[in-house]
Design a binder for this molecule. Sequence first.
Ligand code: 2M8
Length: 457
Amino acid sequence: MIHKIMTDLSVYPAHVATGNLVAAAQSVLKNNLLGTFTKPAPTLYPHQWNWDAGFIALGYARSDFRQACAEMTSLFRGQWANGMVPQIVFSVENVGKYFPGYFFWKTKGVPGKPRNTRTSGITMPPVHGFILNRLLQLAPDTKAARPFFQRMFERVLLLQRYYYKYRDPEREGLAFICHPWESGMDNLPTWEEVFTQIKFDPSEVPPYERRDLEHVDAPYRPRKASYDRYIYLVNRLREQRYREPDIWNDYPFQVQEPMFNAILSHSNEALLELGQWLGRDTGQIREWHTQTNRALNDKLWDENKGIYVSYDRVHRRHIPIVTAGGLIPLLCGAPTANQAARMIALLQSPAFAGTPENPAWLCASTALDEPGFDPCRYWRGPVWINMNWLLFHGLQRYGQPSLATVLRSDSLDLVRKYGFWEYYNPWKNLPAGEVSGGYGSNQFSWTAALTLDWLGA
Ligand code: 2M8
């Protein structure tokens, strides 16, 4: 199958020679730079995205620290008064090039949205705390950068507080997401399972026109049925003017997902360190961290599967689907030694590693043996470099340097073999006729940025 985006190959070679990896990765970022921030991809994603901005900042940290800071500052221009940092901060010059664009979200005039910045109305995994901490470790001059860290500390603290105040109504220590797009892993089979419980009339889906399929062929992107549901949910949110917390009394998609909460928790840990460096009181942050780690174990651990799974709080049930997100709590220190051993065994089992006859690159986004697995379709199975980066750090934390090295070397091998794609086929032996194992958008920013971070460049 040929993907349309491969027309870009005249401009960007797909195969990257090993020696040129750093230069090639830097040129991906340079080509995607749009004024003050870097867009995730040349044409598919022409605005600034929330967690992308964090990963992208790491790609600049060693070579252009000023730009690394600019990525964060630009994203937080979009922060709402309640602390929420939106999924997208729209660039005025790319109006109409992405769906759903600013006007579809109808956030204009919503109380608390910054007046001069165009944003969507939902959020994304809060990576910013630990990104900030890593930037501090890489800062060429911490004294000169202190005002930046002081400013950002306040902003990120406000963001963390937002989750505990508005997305954790029962004060459990777990934040819920209100849309698959908030997870960042938009098309997991997990969300299909939640959708089976949500009934609506087709007339409740406003008319819309997808733009993603102009850039990537349909088998690599979500199906129409999923998009209808994404848009149905956006419509519910915009009809209620994003009015938190009341809006949640009657809203059908509220899921506590393990990766999202592990990221929230790990950002708390990072803020603890930053707060101490800045001489701030960190008592509240410590409490959040303890509470979230405990709740991850009490509520989202699946003893049967040996991994963390999501909980649908509206329909009051767990969704025992095995995804890479279920392994990410290694990052925040939640798992006990026994839980970590179970997850590590699962990661090395056929569920993720494949078999000697049919080996897989680590780590498939949805486990290879899940009924909803698809090696080509967005988030249904492909390997994502940001997930591998998060897992790499989790494995290091749990004293697994050799397995962590596999995550890193598989990622770099995929980049060398195919180029800086958005996602990759997890099978090492591609089916006959498959011309490339790289899918979605080529010249993808976080793939380049995290390659740079791994290469220490
Ligand atoms: C993808 O999501 C956007 C919606 O937010 C889309 O498909 O249009 C996801 O992979 C998400 O995690 C990512 O942040 C975004 C931009 O790279 O693209």
